[in-house]
Ligand binder design. Structure first.
Ligand code: GLY
Ligand code: MN
Ligand code: MN
Length: 458
């Protein structure tokens, strides 16, 4: 993101909203440090911690933002004398101050600015960043141990980040547009005899051409039943389905998170069509439920019911769909939650554990499946969530002794064997809660059976 592209007024407003919630507690948010790959001069690409990035609008390594009583100061690391030799001219403090809309100082002034007062912070996701925080604050800073002022700051950040402002929606729309291009490119690049990595190259090149990157490690696999499958080495064979879970990070740091499935041959088989339609219906019903005031767990349960009904209709599950959902037997095939918050992080603010995802007084269920639900809040305008039901045939679940009673009672293994060309199907979109219902930010990406087959030809 160029400094000239920053929406200064929106950034000022974000910091003002934070300050209003913080009251007299000063807060210091760190960008974090670049992670070394092999040696210091060869780091991984740097991306600032999201809380900092959200308030500053730019990913500035080693920087820290102090928000105190309605006044913000951005502390920048001093550059080595030969920096310009290696990296060329970079914007000076004045240009940064104008673009970000706050005072800027060198980081050596930080100590004096925060000395002798308690300052709240949130742990950087990276160990190097947390070390810098601990040093600056003179106390240990660890993820998962928020208390006191830090917990207060976490609550304030969640408050402002959870309802997306116009700038965030613009960024997410741009990430969605990039995901659209990627998924179409992936569909077109798929042929028997190519490899998963060929599809990956086609998809990610659309991000690179936009100056963007992926918002998480992409999943592009013929083994969609392995939920976090990050290998890309499999050969694409006639009869396989590709599951592609690929999202972009916009130039301003916001994510899209999209999953589509398509047949290597360009034509879904009858059995693939049948299961795909069940997942699509589960997604359609879940999206239709998204509206202000609706409890997200009920959205999950709506998609679970649709999956149970669909699998009963094709004979894979037997019994009463309501009972199936109540005892959690649908989770044998749909083991994860229907989605999560999305924003600057693909699972937005999961660095704060379940603080953002679960409303006060709510906690995770102990039931298999429901226990993986990452969000259980009442939806409100401005929130963005994913809706991503799926059906997976996972040997590690179906052969697990913990579930043998459920499998014996509800699963018709003979019927399941007829769907042997389906291993995993997920359909995922990003959905913004509006004042009257919802808007699917990723709606332009081919999704129905006909749309997907047409996009593969096109
Ligand atoms: N791509 C990560 C997820 O769908 O949650
Ligand atoms: Mn997701
Ligand atoms: Mn995803």
């Amino acid at each position: 993101m160029e400094l000239s592209d920053l929406d200064t007024a929106a950034l000022v407003q974000r910091r003002e909203r934070l300050a209003a919630r913080l009251g007299s507690t000063p807060a210091l948010l760190f960008a974090g440090a670049p992670r070394v790959r092999h040696y210091a001069a060869n780091p991984f690409p740097f991306r600032a911690a999201s809380h900092f990035f959200y308030l500053v609008g730019a990913s500035i390594e080693g920087a820290a933002l102090l928000v105190e009583g309605g006044r913000s100061v951005l502390f920048l690391p001093e550059k080595p004398a030969d920096d310009e030799l290696w990296h060329g001219p970079t914007p000076g403090a004045e240009a940064i101050a104008r673009a970000v809309g706050c005072e800027v100082r060198g980081i050596s002034a930080l100590d004096a600015a925060i000395s002798a007062k308690p300052v709240a912070t949130l742990p950087c996701p990276d160990a190097e960043g947390r070390e810098q925080q601990a040093l600056a604050l003179g106390r240990s800073v660890r993820a998962g141990e928020l208390k006191g002022d830090d917990l207060h700051l976490a609550g304030a950040m969640i408050d402002i980040r959870i309802a997306h402002d116009a700038l965030a929606v613009r960024e997410m729309t741009s990430a969605a547009e990039a995901a659209d291009a990627a998924h179409r490119a992936g569909m077109r690049a798929t042929r028997p005899g190519r490899f998963e990595r060929d599809v990956r190259a086609a998809m990610e090149s659309t991000f690179i051409a936009r100056g963007m990157s992926t918002s998480y490690e992409p999943i592009i696999t013929t083994h969609g039943e392995v939920l976090h499958n990050h290998g890309h080495a499999n050969l694409l064979s006639e009869g396989d389905l590709v599951l592609a879970d690929v999202g972009a990070e916009s130039l301003g740091g916001f994510a899209s998170d999209v999953t589509r499935c398509w047949p290597v041959s360009g034509r879904f088989s009858a059995t693939q069509r049948a299961i795909y339609e069940i997942v699509l219906e589960a997604q359609r019903r879940a999206i239709a439920r998204v509206a202000p005031g609706v409890r997200y767990r009920d959205v999950h349960l709506e998609s679970s019911r649709a999956i149970a009904e669909g699998l009963v209709a094709v004979g894979v599950l037997r019994g009463d769909p309501s009972e199936i959902v109540e005892v959690g037997a649908h989770a044998l095939f749909f083991p994860h939650g229907v989605g999560h918050l999305i924003g600057m992080d693909v699972h937005d603010m999961e660095d704060l554990g379940d603080l953002a995802g679960y409303a006060a007084g709510r906690s995770r269920s102990a039931q298999f499946g429901l226990s993986y639900l990452r969000l259980d809040r009442d939806l409100a305008p401005g929130m963005a969530v994913t809706i991503e039901p799926g059906i997976y045939v996972v040997p590690a679940i179906l052969n697990d002794p913990r579930f043998s009673a459920l499998v014996a009672r509800f699963v018709d293994r003979e019927a399941l064997a007829r769907f042997s060309d389906v291993r995993g199907i997920r359909i995922e979109d990003d959905v913004l809660v509006t004042s009257s219902g919802q808007e699917v930010l990723t709606a332009s990406i081919p999704k129905t059976l006909d749309e997907v087959e047409a996009a593969m030809r096109g």
